[in-house]
Design a protein around this ligand. Structure first.
Ligand SMILES: Cc1cc2nc3c(=O)[nH]c(=O)nc-3n(C[C@H](O)[C@H](O)[C@H](O)COP(=O)(O)OP(=O)(O)OC[C@H]3O[C@@H](n4cnc5c(N)ncnc54)[C@H](O)[C@@H]3O)c2cc1C
Ligand code: SF4
Ligand code: SF4
Length: 348
């Protein structure tokens, strides 16, 4: 990296699981990296996830991101700019000229290739007013529950009367809705709900947990066996309620089907399993660097000199995002290698 001329071999946009993995791979290949992250820290969404361990590790992968971020910070040849965004970019004969902006400070960097790792947005549960998020006390999203457990632990989840006794999870909120243009499965929310439910059951052996689902997406072997382990402890009900209302006697009431019969149940808390949607910021940055839109508004993976990886290309979990980012970084490194002279110096 040549700070006199502000140039780096590569640019990574986004410092979540994917961006960190991409930057690590590029640096290990001897390429200098400029990593631009718009928030004030590395880790992306995973930085808000609580450890899901119960009697043992439940392989949620949150700590994988933390460990990788630490490793990245120790590497030479990686410039990490936090609270920074890309303000402008233009194509040059041998790469891109990129304006990065941190508050009112702007600087121009020259890079030869880029990997976009700008992640996803969570579906906005308020867009489904019948589910009561933001209106009814006790309706939270999986991301909110994760953050509560991470930041305030068990106490953050309990009320002055103690921990909620009846908790329900509602799956597929914002996903698998063809008519809304979101016909895809978000891949990760069934395992996330299962781990959260397992964590609550571990913390509060007396809690009654119900999971309302369409069909459970539990591809990973460790998740499937966790489901089997929890099967006697958690009530799984096929069919998701379309409406949550305040129950006359207190709590939250839902009408649903159970074994083909219409019935209603009351809960103290309801957790909405929000899906993953493309982030509008991704579209903006992608158009600056000439990356192409893919299915449902996510990005195409592309090819050198500009690639995209992680959840910005389609919903996937942390290990999947990191694998895709490593692969993209390896492709970019291969493409840039012939023109490279000495690692970490200005090529301009
Ligand atoms: C409810 C829920 C629970 C989940 N739980 C798990 C779990 O337990 N285990 C698991 O493996 N996966 C889980 N996932 C999936 C996991 O969150 C993703 O796989 C992972 O976050 C993807 O990493 P990423 O780096 O691609 O994106 P992100 O984590 O979204 O990171 C993207 C980063 O890019 C930055 N960024 C965006 N735009 C710009 C820009 N223009 N300029 C600069 N920076 C920018 C963002 O600030 C962010 O830091 C869960 C997902 C959801 C929705
Ligand atoms: S993978 Fe998840 S459950 Fe296991 S130790 Fe790390 S954060 Fe905890
Ligand atoms: S992972 Fe589960 S909750 Fe998420 S969209 Fe797919 S089936 Fe629905």
């Amino acid at each position: 990296m040549d700070r006199r001329h502000l140039s780096a071999d590569t640019l990574v946009v986004g410092g979540g699981a994917a961006g960190i993995a991409a930057a690590l791979t590029l640096a290990h290949q001897g390429l200098s990296v400029l990593l631009v992250e718009r928030s004030s820290g590395l880790g992306g969404r995973a930085a808000g996830y609580a450890c899901m361990a119960t009697t043992r590790c439940r392989r949620c992968s949150a700590c994988l991101v933390e460990d990788s971020a630490l490793a990245l910070r120790r590497l030479d040849g990686v410039e990490i700019l936090l609270s920074t965004t890309i303000a402008a970019a233009s194509r040059m004969a041998d790469g891109y000229s990129v304006d990065v902006e941190c508050g009112s400070t702007r600087s121009t960097w020259k890079v030869r290739g880029a990997i976009l790792c700008t992640g996803f947005d969570a579906f906005d549960a308020a867009a489904k007013p019948l589910l009561g998020h933001g209106k009814l006390d006790g309706v939270v999203t999986t991301l909110e529950l994760d953050r509560i457990l991470k930041e305030a632990g068990d106490e953050g989840w309990s009320t002055q009367d103690g921990p909620p006794r009846r908790v329900a999870f509602v799956q597929c909120v914002g996903s698998r809705e063809s008519r809304e243009g979101r016909g895809y499965c978000s891949q990760v929310c069934c395992s996330a709900a299962l781990r959260l439910a397992g964590k609550l059951a571990h913390l509060h052996p007396e809690v009654e947990i119900t999971i309302f689902y369409i069909d459970l997406q539990l591809m990973a072997r460790n998740v499937r066996s966790y489901h089997d382990e929890l099967a006697g402890r958690i009530r799984f009900v096929q069919g998701v309620p379309g409406e949550i209302a305040a129950a006359p006697g207190g709590g939250l009431e839902v009408h649903h089907e159970d074994s083909g019969e219409g019935t209603s149940s009351t809960f103290d808390r309801i957790v909405l399993s929000v899906g993953m949607v493309p982030s509008p910021a991704t579209e903006e940055i992608a158009s600056l660097l000439g990356s192409r839109p893919g299915p449902y508004g996510f990005l195409e993976g592309g090819g050198p000199p500009v690639l995209a990886a992680g959840a910005c290309t389609f919903p996937k979990d942390i290990p999947g995002s990191m694998d895709e980012a490593r692969e993209a970084a390896a492709r970019l490194a291969t493409a840039l290698r012939p023109a490279r002279t000495v690692a970490g110096v200005d090529h301009g």
